[in-house]
Design a protein around this ligand. Structure first.
Ligand SMILES: *[C@@H]1O[C@H](CO)[C@@H](O)[C@H](O)[C@H]1NC(C)=O
Length: 224
């Protein structure tokens, strides 16, 4: 690498470090229904994922179905998607295949949600408010493609776009973390109680690289 290129890349990584924000105690508020408002999350995932855990808090009073977390890869729609079908009905898509799990839930009420998946067994887990839902399996042996576009607030029908207002999220999202491993029961409960250990190495609410597009507002968390 020549010196100029080296400095350019040093500068780029510095800028990136500055772009990370600690959102502890805050949430994204998606205050209206639209087919445009969303947040993109940036991560540097270079290798396909064999295992992951994703946790976040969400509060919505929508009674239709909606997207909670939309991860597309280039040319691969619904590579990893968390979709809420109905009150207490959670769907996880891995590589365009889906499983559904059901939780006893009040409506409307804030939920702490974790979803994990392990390629070697295909087992998918949902945890809602610290309680495990019945495990299902899908896509055993698959790997989730790297270099994602990750979108909150809308569901992608192609890489970074193709939104549908009927699948948009209206409500509040916070405390989002993602790991490239399957967390144990104890670790999930620690996250639920507010201490994400081990350190989230894909997405970390305390050092988040995000971009708001449209009408999405950051506000203090008031419902936890
Ligand atoms: C994924 O998890 C399996 C079993 O839990 C483990 O054997 C494997 O090494 C993990 N893969 C990666 C890339 O961490």
């Amino acid at each position: 690498m020549d010196t100029l290129l080296l400095w350019v890349s040093v500068l780029a990584s510095l800028l990136e470090a500055f772009a990370q924000t600690d959102l502890t105690g805050k949430v994204f508020v998606f205050p209206r229904e639209s087919s445009t408002d969303h947040v993109t999350l940036t991560t540097h995932l270079e290798k396909p994922l064999q295992n992951f855990t994703l946790c976040f808090q969400a509060y919505s009073d929508l009674s239709r179905s909606y997207s909670l977390f939309s991860y597309n890869a280039q040319g691969k729609d619904n590579e990893l998607l968390i979709f809420k079908e109905n009150v207490g009905v959670y769907t996880l898509y891995i590589g365009r295949t889906k499983v559904t799990a059901k939780a006893a839930e009040d409506f409307p009420s804030p939920a702490h949600i974790c979803a994990s998946w392990e390629s070697s067994s295909g087992i998918a887990e949902f945890w809602v408010n610290g309680k495990p839902l019945v495990r299902k399996g899908l896509r055993q042996g698959y790997s989730v493609e790297a270099h994602p576009k990750i979108v909150l607030g809308q569901e992608q029908d192609f890489y970074g776009g193709g939104f549908d207002r009927q699948q948009s999220f209206v409500g509040e999202i916070g405390e989002l973390y993602m790991w490239d491993s399957v967390l144990s029961r104890k670790e999930i409960l620690d996250v639920f109680h507010g201490s994400p250990v081990p350190k989230p190495n894909i997405l970390d609410w305390r050092a988040l690289n995000y971009e708001i597009k449209g009408y999405v507002i950051i506000k203090p968390l008031v419902w936890d």
